[in-house]
Design a protein around this ligand. Structure first.
Ligand code: PGA
Length: 250
């Protein structure tokens, strides 16, 4: 069975509730009846109730940009997976490069969050990717392998089915410098081989690997046309309904 592509919007720290509601109201008609791919929105925590209510009954899923690994507790400023579930969220990003860069998220923390998400049936999108200096010094493969091995520690093949991975080369995020389809495909193949080594060929054949990093309407077709690229994680170009709909319907 071909893997169903997932087109995901990472809104980062943008939009008010009113702006988020206006986005969903404008976006839903643009993707009505679009069942070829899965579509998901990842707004800030404060926007989640608004976006979930506005997207209810549509093809659009809604998730968090981050969760804490603990079930609950004294973790000021954090969001638990139980809180996400209680308001109807179904997905979460884990280990986005901005979380790694600005909030000191390590592979160990990513791994703990992945365990928590899977335990509660939240669909996790685990983000990996090299920074420019690592690519330029020929370390891309080892960096990606280390991130994947760290993220998947202690995960069994039986539990792994919901996992989605996003390959996001950090040098392509928010820079307008997109990876070529070939660069993305090569990295995806490294990731898929590493998943096969850790969890077996069947898990690797089914796992979805998204590409992220300056995906725009005008490069979406060439990237998403690749069989190896199972979707996109879109930042800047996901903030406008027309632009994100054009990507979703590449
Ligand atoms: P970008 O962000 O599309 O703005 O490059 C992608 C991401 O950070 O997920």
């Amino acid at each position: 069975m071909p893997r169903k592509k997932l087109i995901a919007a990472n809104w980062k720290m943008f939009k008010t509730p009113a702006e988020a509601k206006a986005f969903v109201d404008a976006f839903l008609p643009l993707v009505a009846g679009h069942t070829r791919d899965e579509v998901a929105l990842f707004p800030s925590p404060v926007l989640l109730p608004t976006v979930i209510a506005a997207a209810k009954g549509s093809i659009v899923a809604v998730g968090a940009q981050n969760i804490h690994f603990a079930e609950e507790g004294a973790y000021t400023g954090e969001t638990s997976v139980g809180q996400l579930i209680a308001i109807g969220g179904t997905h979460t990003l884990i280990g986005h490069s901005e979380r790694r860069q600005y909030f000191a998220e390590t592979d160990e923390i990513v791994n703990k969050k992945l365990h928590t998400a899977l335990k509660h049936n939240i669909i996790p999108i685990v983000c990996v990717g090299e920074v420019l200096a690592e690519r330029e010094s020929g370390k891309t493969e080892s960096v990606i392998k280390t991130q994947i091995t760290g993220a998947l520690a202690g995960i069994t093949a039986e539990a792994a089915a919901p996992i989605v991975i996003a390959y996001e080369p950090v040098w392509a995020i928010g820079t307008g410098k997109t990876a070529t389809p070939q660069i993305a495909v090569d990295a995806h193949k490294i990731i898929r081989a590493e998943v096969a080594r850790l969890l077996g060929a069947a898990v690797a054949a089914n796992i979805r690997i998204l590409y992220g990093g300056s995906v725009k309407p005008d490069n979406a077709t060439s990237l998403l046309g690749e069989e190896e690229i199972d979707g996109a994680l879109v930042g800047g170009a996901s903030l406008k309904p027309e632009s994100f709909a054009a990507i979703a319907k590449y």
